[in-house]
Design a protein around this ligand. Structure first.
Ligand SMILES: Cc1ncc(COP(=O)(O)O)c(C=O)c1O
Length: 430
């Protein structure tokens, strides 16, 4: 019997409310968005009742870059299960070796080593541990409104709102505004172990840093002996039309080569949407500490062997030049659609932020992001506002979307913008 029939929608809602999260259940009930995902395929998800279909332009921040249940990925997992399982994290591993080698080949710069994790937060935690261990310094600088996960050190690098209920955090963390090199230069000093940033901060609403930002940041880090950690958990793996988003920022001192981080973190899309895996990739110099302490950071399920098989397949699909070319073509299709929509609704859609298919749609005020989420849901598209700047709707189409699906998505956006524009004309009664 299919899973959807074994666990009908109504029961699932009640069981979720009573046994998983009463708060989430109440939240979605309040907004009339009690969607229980059932069948899923390509760019679509259907509710468990089967009568509502959504185009997924949320993509779990990139988990579904290659669509839902991409057949090539599912087949890779099936084949891996014929031979492998989780593996033993203490032993030498064929799949981990192969995946780390492939990541090194594709990395933006010389990052020959990888440590694997189950999720992005864990991989960020390891990046920060390694930075502190390597430099012997405590200081970590991150961006205000940035997001690196809700685990230990990742949480400490995030916003106060998420930290406050949990008591004292480890010392040494400061935040600066994203994209402002002058602000960063007042905080970085010889106690700084690392600066950690998302290359394109998704939860902050996809602000795109100025062209010189990352090269200047690289120079500033070098000047102070601090490491540069890039979080490409959302922005990596083809999302911006290049394998890594940092490839869009060049270093004038190095013949325009892309800016190179010391540590790069990838996750989400690496899972192919079917098997959780994340990785922290790092420079050879940083390996001295790990060489001397090979058992100091352990994760039983990090780099599970069947997950490595999936991740290798994700990399194979994603790094193919034709795939990236298609992503850029689709990005251009959306860009021209947005230009048209901005001209139609100039007071509603006030700005678009776009790097490939990493897109933030900006509205006039903070009520608009949540409202657009609901209006688009009613029009058959799932896209969720940026939590740390609610004027912005995060808009992440699956990279495998067809031209026809892009047209359907843009038409839904057009209808939602028309409604939003009408609603904004209403008087507000206080
Ligand atoms: C940029 C970024 N870094 C890290 C994380 C944390 O990843 P995870 O939820 O897999 O722990 C996320 C999750 O949304 C993210 O968007």
């Amino acid at each position: 019997m299919a899973f959807a029939q074994r666990y009908p929608q109504e029961e699932s809602l009640a069981w979720f409310r009573d046994h998983v999260s009463s708060g989430k259940a109440a939240f979605f009930a309040q907004y009339g968005m009690e969607f229980v995902p059932g069948r899923r395929d390509g760019v679509h998800i259907w509710d468990a009742g089967g009568d509502r279909k959504l185009i997924n332009c949320h993509c779990n921040g990139g988990v579904f870059n290659l669509g839902h249940r991409n057949p090539v990925i599912v087949e890779a997992l099936r084949q891996a299960l014929d031979e492998w399982d989780i593996g033993n994290h203490h032993l030498i591993s064929q799949p981990r070796a192969a995946l780390a080698r492939r990541l090194a080949q594709l990395a933006p710069g010389n990052l020959p080593y990888s440590v694997f994790a189950v999720g992005g937060g864990e991989a960020i935690d390891f990046a920060l541990k390694l930075a502190r261990a390597h430099t012997g310094r405590p200081g970590i600088i991150s961006a205000r409104g940035g997001y690196h996960g809700h685990t230990g050190l990742a949480l400490a690098a995030g916003d106060a709102e998420y930290r406050a209920p949990f008591g004292p955090m480890p010392p040494g963390f400061v935040q600066v505004p994203f994209g402002d090199i002058a602000a960063l230069s007042t905080q970085i000093d010889d106690d700084t172990a690392a600066v950690i940033l998302e290359t394109v901060p998704a939860t902050l609403g996809m602000p795109i840093a100025p062209p010189s930002y990352f090269a200047d940041l690289r120079a500033l880090c070098d000047q102070h002996g601090a490491l540069l950690i890039l979080d490409e958990v959302q922005s990596g793996l083809g999302r911006t039309g290049t394998v890594w988003a940092i490839e869009h920022w060049h270093n004038p001192d190095q013949d325009g080569a892309p800016v190179e981080p010391d540590i790069l973190v990838t996750g989400k899309g690496l899972s192919g949407g079917v098997y959780p895996i994340a990785a922290t990739c790092y420079r050879a110099e940083l390996n001295k500490f790990m060489h001397d302490n090979p058992f100091i950071h352990i994760s039983t399920f990090g780099g599970a062997e069947v997950g490595c098989a999936v991740a290798l397949t994700v990399l194979e699909l994603t790094a193919a030049p034709a795939f990236l070319q298609r992503t850029n073509q689709l990005a251009e299709r959306f860009a021209s659609g947005f230009r048209h929509l901005m001209a139609r609704y100039p007071e509603t859609l006030v700005e678009t932020r776009q790097l490939g298919l990493m897109i933030g749609l900006v509205f006039p005020d903070e009520t608009c992001g949540p409202l657009m989420t609901k209006l688009l849901y009613e029009e058959g598209v799932l896209a969720i506002y940026a939590n740390n700047d609610q004027r912005v709707l995060q808009f992440l189409p699956p990279l495998i979307m067809s031209d026809l699906e892009a047209e359907v998505t843009l038409a839904a956006l057009d209808r939602a913008l028309a409604t939003q524009s009408r609603l904004r004309g209403w008087p507000i009664i206080h």
